[in-house]
Design a binder for this molecule. Structure first.
Ligand SMILES: [Zn+2]
Length: 382
């Protein structure tokens, strides 16, 4: 078969895989099954027939609308199909001649990158199926395709894969810990007598609101403020014991909530404790809480454990040199592109999805490794 017959196959197969990746991107973070129910329109629930489920062609011919109810379909579907198709084609063009197996492995890896990056962009986390599953897959594939680690011996490839997993996970864990020491908290200085309100799921400062999941990432995370004044309401209930014949029943009777408050007290809040001066409460009992303060100290997290597991998977496929390059290049990409997106979107959310940068950097390594190595050798003067 001529080489470019396979080029076309990789492109088309990539687009088909991209269509499946769209399903993964939508369903995995929601904990839904990937196979059941079959594709349907989220608005009219109409099942999508096979001739309306052709990658690329459907979206373009229907101009991004549901064939039945006309609901808009996100351009992300087209983008993912196109991106996956091109990624598969690129793997074939780059590695197909020397090793078709390697081309297939890298195509699979890039498909994983695409799912992980798009889920992280939208949900700020990556499912374990992808990260841990990816690390296991990388390890097993290293056995079958040792060329992945520049060797013909399976045992050597397995060792390099393990070293890669350890390097990826440990380095990011170290970065996480260091970031926690260096920038583990953020201090907000507010105008005098600012109201700080604790809502059901976010903290409201005068000029911004911060979701609690950004603040209480770990059990040990504590929010602190020197409050000029604290006011709150606490749920109260009384337990009543009732005896009916041989049975004893316990019933909770709700009472009017109790007011509490304090002047000039240190307020600290963690997942399972609210302290105001010397008094302690269970946050679950607090119905309302409001404070007047000028300085609020909030714990902060740069990267998450998802990034640790993701880098373990990258290491399983690319070994420690790939991990080293990915970390360095992703921080450069993150600084440039992340800075730009903050400028453009004026997004003040503290969370930055980092996996897209890691995936981009690892992709650069996959395609340009010899050039990068030559550049490093030249730079070191060798
Ligand atoms: Zn519809």
């Amino acid at each position: 078969m001529p080489f470019h017959f396979w080029s076309v196959c990789f492109l088309i197969f990539g687009a088909v895989v991209g269509s499946f990746l769209n399903v993964c991107i939508y369903r995995m973070p929601r904990g839904e099954s990937l196979v059941y129910p079959p594709s349907h329109c989220p608005r009219c629930n109409q099942r999508i027939r096979w001739y309306h489920n052709l990658p690329l062609i459907t979206w373009i011919s229907l101009r991004g609308r549901c064939a039945y109810c006309g609901a808009a379909i996100s351009p992300r579907y087209l983008a993912v199909e196109l991106l996956t198709g091109l990624a598969f084609l690129a793997c074939w063009l780059r590695f197909g001649l020397s090793s078709p197996a390697l081309a297939a492995v890298f195509a699979l890896l890039l498909a994983g990158f695409i799912v992980a990056a798009f889920i992280d962009l939208e949900h700020y986390f990556i499912p374990d199926e992808i990260t841990i599953g990816g690390a296991v897959a990388g390890f097993l594939i290293s056995f079958g395709v040792p060329l992945l680690h520049d060797t013909s011996q399976a045992a050597v490839a397995l060792r390099r894969s393990i070293v890669g997993i350890a390097a990826g996970a440990l380095v990011i864990l170290g970065v996480l810990q260091m970031a926690k020491w260096l920038f583990g908290r953020q201090v907000f200085r507010l105008p005098p007598n600012s109201r700080v309100v604790f809502h059901e799921n976010h903290l409201q400062l005068p000029d911004r609101s911060i979701p609690y999941e950004d603040i209480f990432f770990r059990k040990s995370d504590v929010l602190r403020m020197q409050a000029r004044q604290v006011r709150g309401l606490r749920r109260r209930f009384a337990l009543q014991v009732r005896r009916r014949g041989p049975r004893i029943r316990l019933r909770a009777r709700f009472l009017a909530p109790e007011r509490f408050g304090s002047e000039d007290a240190l307020l600290s809040l963690s997942r399972d404790r609210l302290s105001i001066g010397p008094l302690h409460y269970d946050p679950a009992d607090i119905q309302q809480l409001e404070a007047v303060a000028e300085v609020v100290v909030v714990p902060r997290e740069g990267m998450g454990l998802g990034d640790v597991k993701f880098m373990a998977a990258v290491g399983a496929f690319l070994g420690w040199p790939g991990v080293a390059f990915t970390l360095m290049a992703s921080s450069v990409l993150g600084t440039i592109l992340g800075g730009l997106t903050v400028l453009i979107r004026r997004d003040r959310s503290s969370r930055i999805p980092y996996v897209p940068y890691l995936a981009m950097a690892a992709t650069i390594w996959i395609f340009f490794r010899p050039d990068i190595m030559r550049l490093i050798r030249w730079w070191l003067g060798g």
